[in-house]
Design a protein around this ligand. Structure first.
Ligand code: PLP
Length: 480
C-alpha cells in the first residue's frame, strides 16, 4: 500500500464513498424545461452489439470516407499530405496524454519543454523573434495576430481602423480582420496575380493598421514584391501580417522574418504533421518580431536555466486566447516532425511539394486553362470555364473524379478564377499517383466531349450521390 493512504473497507461497501455530504439537488421536471419533441418516451434503444460487430461497423464507415491513408487528396489550400504515424504515437505517450491540464509547472516540465522547444524551432524556420503556441487554428491565429496589431497601435496612441487585404487572400483573412474590429479593404492583384507595391501605396493612409498577405497566395504564387510592399506599409506606419498557412512551399527556402513580416501564423495542421480538413483539433501558432513581443497572449512559456514556467506577468498582453495552453497533442506531433526532418528534410519537403505541383500543372495545362501562369509554388488554380458550352461545370468534374477514386480538388475558390479547381498535390505523392490523377482529369475532358451525361450524373459509385448542398446547409440533419 502507498504510505499515507488507507484501504477502502470492502466489508462496508460505500462507507467511504458516501461519507461526503450530498449537495442539495433541486429536482426539475424535464417536461417543464425541454420542448415536447425533444423528450424521450421510452428506453434509449441503443443496439446490443459485440466487440467484433462494433469494430466492423467503424471500419466500414472508415472505408466509405476518403482519407490520405486511402488515396490521393489534392484539396487545394489544405496540404493534405501523409503525416508520419510516429508523431501520433509520441503524442499518445502517457506522460503527455495523461498530464492534467492544471498540473503545476514543476509537474509539467516535459510538456512545457516541448511547447518551448517547438516554439524556438518555428522562430528559426520563419526568421521571427518570438511565438505563442496557444491559438487553436489558422483563423484563430489570424485573430490573435490582429488583436496584437491593435494593441500595438493603441500603445502608440494611434487609432487606426483599416486592414488591407489582397483579393487573392485566403477567405478567413477578411473574416478575422473584421472580428478584430477592423474594416477589411480589398486590394486588387495585378494581371500576374501578385500584389503591386504601387497599388498598395495608393491605398495607404494613416488609418491603415496593417496589410494581411497570404504568401504564397491562393493562386499558388509567391508574392515576389513582398519586400517593397512591406517598405510601403512600414513607411505609412502600418504593420505587415503574413498568413503563413502555405508555408509548406517555403520551408528551408525562405523566411518571412527576412522579408519584412512583423507578425504571422502557421497552420501546424497543414505544414507540420497533423491532418487538416477533418474538423479535428488544429494549432495556429503566431510568430512576431521584437516590437510585438510584449503583446503576446498569456500564459507565456518561459525558460530560465533549463526550468520552464508559465508566466502571467505581462501587463501589455492581449490576454488569454485559449483554455490552458492550446492543442498540445498537435504540438507534440509537430515537434516530432521538425526533429525528424531536420533542416535538410524541411527544405526537401518544400522542394518536393513544388516539383509535384509543377509536374501536375505541366501534365494538365493543355487540357485546362490555368489563368495565372505556367509555374506555381505548392498549388495551382485551373479553370473549368472552357467546358461551360457543353453544360459541364467545375463541380461536375469534381464529382466525376470521385468515380476514379480521387478526392476532388477545392472548387470555386479563389474567387478571382472563374470555375476554379485548386489543386495541391503535396510532397508525399509519388509520380505514379500524380500520373494517375492527371490521367483521370484528361479522361474526364474526353468524356465531356463524347458523353457529357456521364460527367453530369457523377458520382456513380459513391455511397451518397449528389446532395442538395443549399438545402443541406440550411436544414442540417446530422441524424440521417
Ligand atoms: C492560406 C490559409 N489561411 C488560413 C487558413 C485557415 O486555417 P484554419 O482552417 O485552421 O482556420 C487556411 C486553411 O486551410 C489556409 O489555407
Amino acid at each position: 500500500m502507498i504510505p499515507g493512504t488507507t484501504m477502502l473497507d470492502r466489508s462496508e461497501p460505500g462507507k467511504r464513498a458516501c461519507s461526503l455530504p450530498r449537495p442539495d439537488v433541486e429536482t426539475v421536471d424535464p417536461a417543464r424545461v425541454f420542448p415536447a419533441g425533444l423528450l424521450r418516451d421510452g428506453p434509449v434503444g441503443l443496439p446490443e452489439v459485440s466487440e467484433p460487430e462494433i469494430a466492423r461497423h467503424f471500419v466500414n464507415l472508415s472505408v466509405l470516407n476518403h482519407h490520405v491513408d486511402r488515396d490521393f487528396y489534392p484539396l487545394g489550400s489544405c496540404t493534405m499530405k501523409y503525416n508520419p504515424k510516429a508523431g501520433g504515437r509520441a503524442s499518445g505517450l502517457p506522460g503527455f496524454s495523461d498530464l492534467h491540464p492544471m498540473a503545476p509547472d514543476e509537474a509539467a516540465q516535459g510538456a512545457l519543454a516541448v511547447i518551448h522547444g517547438l516554439g524556438r524551432q518555428l522562430c528559426e524556420i520563419t526568421g521571427m523573434d518570438d511565438v505563442t503556441m496557444a491559438p487553436a487554428a489558422g483563423a484563430h491565429g489570424e485573430l490573435t495576430g490582429m488583436l496584437m496589431v491593435r494593441a500595438y497601435h493603441a500603445a502608440q496612441g494611434a487609432g487606426r481602423k483599416k486592414v488591407l487585404i489582397p483579393d487573392s487572400a485566403h477567405g478567413t483573412n477578411p473574416a478575422s480582420v473584421t472580428v478584430a474590429g477592423y474594416e477589411a479593404v480589398e486590394v486588387p492583384s495585378g494581371a500576374d496575380g501578385r500584389i503591386d507595391p504601387a497599388v498598395v501605396g495608393d491605398f495607404m493612409d494613416d488609418e491603415v493598421a496593417a496589410i494581411m498577405i497570404t504568401n504564397p497566395n491562393t493562386l499558388g504564387l509567391f508574392e515576389t514584391h513582398i519586400c517593397e510592399v512591406a517598405d510601403v506599409v512600414h513607411a505609412g506606419g502600418g504593420l505587415v501580417y503574413m498568413d503563413g498557412a502555405n508555408m509548406n512551399a517555403l520551408l528551408g527556402i525562405s523566411r518571412p522574418g527576412d522579408f519584412g513580416v512583423d507578425v504571422m501564423h502557421l497552420n501546424l495542421h497543414k505544414t507540420f504533421s497533423t491532418p487538416h480538413g477533418g474538423g479535428g483539433p488544429g494549432s495556429g501558432p503566431v510568430l512576431v518580431k521584437e516590437r510585438l513581443v510584449p503583446f503576446l497572449p498569456v500564459p507565456y512559456v518561459c525558460e530560465r536555466d533549463g526550468v520552464y514556467r508559465l508566466s502571467w506577468d505581462r501587463p501589455e498582453s492581449v490576454g488569454r486566447v485559449h483554455t490552458f495552453y492550446g492543442n498540445f497533442a498537435v504540438m507534440v506531433r509537430a515537434y516530432c516532425y521538425v526533429l525528424m526532418m531536420g533542416p535538410e528534410g524541411m527544405r526537401r519537403v518544400a522542394e518536393d511539394a513544388l516539383i509535384n505541383a509543377n509536374y501536375l500543372l505541366a501534365r494538365i495545362k493543355d487540357r485546362f486553362d490555368v489563368p495565372y501562369g505556367d509555374r506555381c509554388k505548392h498549388e495551382f488554380v485551373a479553370s473549368g470555364k472552357a467546358f461551360r458550352p457543353k453544360g459541364v461545370r467545375t463541380n461536375d468534374i469534381a464529382k466525376r473524379l470521385m468515380d476514379y477514386g480521387f478526392h476532388p480538388p477545392t472548387v470555386y475558390f479563389p474567387l478571382i478564377v472563374e470555375e476554379a479547381l485548386m489543386i495541391e498535390p503535396t510532397e508525399t505523392e509519388s509520380k505514379a499517383a500524380l500520373d494517375g490523377f492527371a490521367d483521370a482529369l484528361i479522361r474526364i475532358c474526353e468524356e465531356i466531349e463524347t458523353d457529357p451525361g456521364l460527367v453530369l450524373g457523377a458520382p456513380h459509385d459513391a455511397p451518397v450521390r449528389r446532395v442538395d448542398e443549399a438545402e443541406a446547409a440550411r436544414n442540417l440533419d446530422v441524424a440521417q
